[in-house]
Write a protein that binds this ligand. Structure first.
Ligand code: KIV
Length: 277
């Protein structure tokens, strides 16, 4: 499969083809999503919650995103690879944003970077794009602003909130973003934003009107069956399968039935061993 470019992703909107994005954080998952033929893979700062066990994404560092992006890059042959810019890696100035975006591309091997925020993030987006690094924007429920939002809450429900999301998405497009993630906003607002942008939108918790969809890999695979937000559809229930496999392994080790003779290496026959020792 030929590698998917920014131009391919933009073309999909014109052609009315949906864009499929999913997160991955390591080589093993990257190899699997690559085999499945998704269009875009995001090394999200959701890794702070999914991989590291934090309650939000704020503690994630640039070094950690670089580390995970390098691992994912080794598993991909086709999908376009996006790396998240973590909290405080782009907020200080457009120059700081460019320097850190450059590290994600140069050291992490990302093909584009994603920044959260609308109008206030547009100058950083413009600076990064100007340097030749493609950018994905992200508006609506922006998890790095969890404290400002008072929790992980749907955004854009009020008229003023909806207008702010629309303005933010337009500012990102004007700044040169080639794609905009719409997270946690009403479906009608997502559809209106999608209709007013020339660049594609990718939704999560934003209804069916976006140009594509993104989900966190472990959520859609059902690694944690207690996580049941409304926006999530589980395509597998791997928590059950994986825990069951570990339990069977533990039981067989304890019973002495694993490893069997078919899993062991023999260098000498039992007679020879008896003679030797
Ligand atoms: O960090 C992440 O995984 C994300 C997606 C949910 C869009 O930003």
């Amino acid at each position: 499969m030929a590698a998917i470019t920014v131009q391919d992703i933009r073309r999909k909107k014109g052609a009315g083809e949906k864009i499929v994005m999913v997160t991955a954080y390591d080589f093993t998952m990257a190899r699997l999503v690559d085999k499945a033929g998704v269009d875009m893979v995001l090394v999200g700062d959701s890794l702070g919650m999914v991989v590291q066990g934090h309650e939000d994404t704020l503690p994630v560092t640039l070094e950690e995103v670089i580390y995970h992006t390098r691992a994912v890059a080794r598993g991909l042959t086709g999908p376009h690879l996006v790396a998240d810019m973590p909290f405080m890696s782009y907020q200080l100035s457009p120059e700081q944003a460019l320097a850190n975006a450059g590290r994600l591309v140069k050291e992490g091997r990302a093909q584009s970077v994603k920044l959260e925020g609308g109008e206030r993030t547009a100058p950083a987006v413009a600076r990064i794009v100007e340097a030749g690094i493609p950018v994905v924007g992200h508006v609506g429920l922006t998890p790095q602003s969890v404290h400002a939002m008072g929790g992980f809450k749907v955004q854009g429900r009020s008229d003023a909130g909806a207008q702010a999301v629309m303005r933010g998405a337009k500012a990102l497009e004007e700044a040169g973003a080639f794609c905009v993630v719409l997270e946690g906003i009403p479906a009608d607002l997502a559809a209106a934003v999608t209709a007013s942008l020339a660049v594609p939108t990718v939704g999560i918790g934003a209804g069916a009107g976006a140009d594509g969809q993104v989900l966190v890999c472990t959520d859609l695979l059902g690694f944690d069956l207690s996580f049941t937000p409304r926006f999530l559809k589980r395509y597998a229930e791997l928590e059950t399968t994986i825990v069951g496999a570990f339990q069977t392994y533990a039981a067989e080790v304890r019973a002495g039935t694993f490893p069997g003779p078919e899993h062991a290496f023999q260098r000498r026959s039992p007679q020879e061993i008896k003679r030797l020792y």
